[in-house]
Write a protein that binds this ligand. Structure first.
Ligand code: MIC
Ligand code: SF4
Length: 662
């Protein structure tokens, strides 16, 4: 029986377990990446393991999230990360060099290798045939130390692309269509493998747009084969030696096949407040939805080819009076080439605001919309409040739709551009032809913002530098026999890590200061949560389905741990967040019967007995003492399937203690 590409790479990297779907496997990790918002924790964790060097083939520390530096905090974090990179032998990509995923794709990704990164969009490198997964910082720290990465052997879905994209329809529309069909839960437990004739016409940056936003499906990762297109990209990056052909076997068996005919695809748009709330842009045409701001960039859509298309659309035009347009190029390579090519002048001339090569508005680091404002973004997430404006209305679109809408001041189908703009300008009638931009024969390669690792001899006396903002890690307690706690919060379905531990310019500077961060925990859902948690001395959280979707930030587990949360009970969990809870020593329980979710109220008291037996058998009984007199006491059945290793981690009081870190 033939193998899928995913199975081939996993087979080559298998350290423990069997390639049986649903079973836990341990995978050898060739490369790691971190960014600064999760990196400080990851390097504190790595440091506590007492090793002198990273043991991977390559590890890179990027600075791209916290670049506002509105105080000493971020700058101190950057200095700590740089000193850790120097001490432990990592590459260090300086602030300004670009967004980790874009730079990694350009300079480091290698087909067939494994990569984990402390960022959920690490699958971007899947655009180059790499098995790249998002993980919590502690898992990345363990991998840097040479430890394996543990995942559930995934199912493999084939996304079969046929046909060819029409002008003004782009890779972003493909992934929005996949999200429309599968939803934000549709990829849980699976890898999305792309194939079919249709992939041949997609460049590596286009493929990377798709694998990047595959994170929003809840998928373990997404991957494309490595073919001539991949070779062209690597050659243009002066890295052809990294190339190998890779594809699934002809007779590979998939758990599901999703067919998408690119000929029929239209521009798509994800409406507030979820990446799967997708409709065709044409369906909104009659609604004349006014746009206040347009943001082009992020790790999803900030490649050179994306920005060159935007430049073609904006050339000789002026952005609508009521729109503020921002551009954040994905890397310094992109920005330099845009400047060289002339695209920079076209975009600037149209009245766009150039921001630095960083995450910027995507994570609420500036450029928040006005109150109630409509923001069209080429990004990957539009969760409520993430933009920094609580009632901001964020839509996710392609660069083409973003640029067209910036010109007209309302949500606009970019396919209308030749007709609308061609009336007085014959050149614009041919705009469609300029929408297929090939990658250049050679990219401008200048790695002088990447500091290379030194030899062990040269770094033996290097010390990490910790400013006052860097506080210690909260400590988990080993799991006891009984848990008796109040339900201190009950939330609904699809709670994101942006709900649990928001980001944004005011909070991100404190990513290495858990006590300070804790004041904002669940701020979007319930401002009184942190005080209540402290007053009650901790407790239990009840959640709905897909709890913890979104980012990989382990802070969404570490902060609840700091506030005394002992267990989270949900209908289901998102993959990375569940792993982060276990790593933090918090018990992730699921309702045996989903209906029981309705029976429990905030304020009820839960008593769970026989925890030690329970984690072995995977089932628990909780006695619920309601907080009101209307309901009598009752019991609910809970489950928690754990591997031997996960049981040991919980018994030890978290992953760090389990690996002997403290
Ligand atoms: C995000 O897009 O939410 C982030 C910020 O990149 C996160 C990481 C973080 O919270 O630091 C992610 O996607 O993992
Ligand atoms: Fe940065 Fe946004 Fe990408 Fe996260 S999703 S890595 S914040 S650009």
């Amino acid at each position: 029986m033939g193998l899928t590409l995913t199975e081939k790479i996993l087979k080559n990297h298998l350290v423990e377990g069997r390639l049986v779907k649903g079973e836990e496997i341990a995978v050898r990790i060739d490369q790691t990446l971190t960014q600064d918002a999760t990196g400080t924790m990851a390097y504190l964790e790595f440091e506590s393991m007492g090793l002198d060097s990273v043991k991977t083939e390559l590890s890179v520390a990027y600075i791209d999230h916290n670049t506002l530096q509105s105080g000493f905090m971020n700058a101190d974090d950057h200095r700590f990360i740089q000193s850790a990179a120097e001490k432990f032998g990592l590459y260090f990509s300086k602030p300004g060099n670009g967004i980790c995923h874009q730079v990694h794709l350009e300079r480091f990704a290698v087909p067939g290798k494994t990569l984990i990164g402390s960022d959920s969009h690490t699958p971007t490198a899947g655009g180059m045939g790499m098995l790249a997964m998002g993980a919590g910082g502690l898992d990345v720290a363990v991998a840097m130390g040479g430890g394996a990465y543990y995942i559930t052997m995934p199912k493999v879905y084939k996304i079969n692309l046929t046909g060819k994209l029409s002008p003004f329809v782009s890779a972003k529309d493909i992934i929005l269509e996949v999200l429309r069909r599968l939803t934000v839960k549709g990829g849980v437990g699976a890898v999305m493998e792309y194939g079919g004739e249709g992939i041949k016409s997609l460049t590596v940056p286009e493929r990377a747009t798709i694998t990047n936003m595959g994170a929003e499906l809840g998928a373990t990762t997404s991957i494309f084969p490595s073919d001539e297109v991949t070779r062209d990209f690597l050659r243009a990056q002066n890295r052809e030696s990294a190339f190998t052909y890779l594809s699934a076997d002809e007779d590979a068996i998939y758990d599901k096949v999703v067919d998408i005919n690119l000929d029929e695809l239209e521009p798509m748009i994800a409406c507030p407040h979820s990446p799967d709330n997708v409709v065709k842009v044409s369906e909104l045409a009659d609604k004349h939805i006014k746009v206040d701001q347009v943001c082009i960039g992020s790790c999803t859509n900030s490649s050179l080819t994306d920005l060159l298309k935007v430049a073609e659309i904006l050339k000789g035009e002026t952005v609508s009076d009521n729109v503020s347009l921002s551009i954040s190029p994905g890397s310094r390579q992109v920005l330099s080439m845009l400047a060289q090519d002339g695209g920079f002048g076209d975009i600037l001339g149209a009245g766009a605001r150039f921001l630095e090569c960083a995450c910027g508005p995507c994570i609420g680091m500036g450029f928040s919309p006005n109150s109630g404002g409509v923001s069209l973004r080429t990004f990957n997430r539009n969760f409520e409040g993430r933009s920094g404006t609580p009632d901001g209305q964020v839509y996710l679109v392609s660069p083409e739709t973003a640029a067209a809408s910036a010109l007209f001041g309302e949500i606009t189908d970019p396919r209308k551009l030749p007709e609308l703009r061609g009336k007085n300008n014959p050149e614009k009638r041919q705009l469609g032809r300029k929408m297929k931009v090939d990658i250049p024969e050679t990219f401008l390669v200048d790695d002088n913002m990447i500091i290379k690792p030194k030899s062990l001899e040269d770094r033996i006396n290097v010390e990490t530098i910790k400013g006052p903002n860097i506080k210690g890690l909260p400590e988990a307690k080993p799991l006891g026999e009984t848990m008796k706690n109040e339900v201190i919060l009950k939330v609904g379905d699809n709670i994101t890590t942006d709900h649990i531990m928001p980001a944004g310019s005011k909070i991100l500077p404190y990513r290495s200061n858990i006590p300070h961060l804790s004041q904002y925990c669940f701020e979007v859902c319930d401002k009184s949560f942190p005080d209540r948690a402290k007053e009650k001395g901790g407790g239990i959280i009840i959640g709905g389905a897909n709890y913890g979707q979104g980012s990989s930030r382990e802070h969404a587990a570490l902060v609840p741990l700091y506030l005394g949360v002992t267990a989270v009970i949900t209908k289901s969990f998102a993959r990375i967040h569940r792993a982060n809870l276990i790593n933090a020593g918090i018990l992730p329980l699921e309702f045996e019967r989903e209906e029981d979710y309705e029976r429990i109220s905030q304020g009820d008291e839960l008593e769970i007995f026989g925890l030690q037996d329970g984690i072995d058998s995977g089932s628990f009984v909780a006695k619920v003492k309601p907080c009101d007199d209307k309901r009598g006491e009752f019991e609910v059945l809970l489950r928690c399937e754990l591997s031997k290793r996960q049981r040991d981690i919980l018994r030890a009081g978290g992953l760090l203690k389990y690996v002997g870190g403290r």
